[in-house]
Design a protein around this ligand. Structure first.
Ligand SMILES: [Zn+2]
Length: 162
């Protein structure tokens, strides 16, 4: 009986440690992305505030939108597992693209296109880094049978894989 009690305590401990680790991990991801956002914001001369939030699922993996009733504030929503699957270069390319959308939101004629978002992004990243990113986006979304905006996310010469 005493043994069983000890086993339970040990199991509980493992459980708590795992969840504490997951939280620390998520916090690290959030911090890492927010740092990239703040760095690129400066380089793109974007004065608006851009907060990052990690979500379990996002149909377009990354997305950005103005925060309602908070002028000059945007929220970048990132699918947690996908962000974790990206290396620093890919993550930077993805953030640069989303900041491209923020730039469009704040510049006449406010016409959101994937191509223009990539043009803005390419001021701070090498366009070639978009390719592996889009391949990962495509693989991921194809697997999940998600289409729409993501399929349009082609950087000029980029085409989704067959
Ligand atoms: Zn986009």
């Amino acid at each position: 009986m005493e043994n069983l009690g000890r086993t339970c305590v040990a199991a509980l401990c493992v459980c708590l440690c795992t969840s504490a680790y997951a939280h620390a991990h998520a916090a690290g991801d959030l911090e890492r992305i927010q740092q990239i956002v703040d760095d690129l914001k400066t380089r793109l001369a974007i004065p608006q505030t851009v907060h990052v939030t990690l979500v379990p699922t996002n149909p377009t993996l990354f997305s950005v939108a103005p925060v309602e009733h908070e002028r000059g504030t945007f929220l970048l929503s990132v699918e947690e597992d996908f962000a974790r699957a990206l290396n620093d270069e890919e993550l930077t390319a993805a953030v640069a693209h989303e900041l491209g959308h923020v730039w469009i939101y704040t510049h006449f004629p406010y016409l959101q296109t994937e191509e223009l978002a990539n043009d803005v992004a390419s001021r701070v990243i090498d366009r070639s880094t978009l390719r592996p990113l889009y391949e990962k986006v495509w693989n991921r979304t194809a697997a999940a049978e998600l289409k729409a905006e993501v399929i349009h996310q082609q950087a000029g010469e980029l085409r989704p894989l067959p």
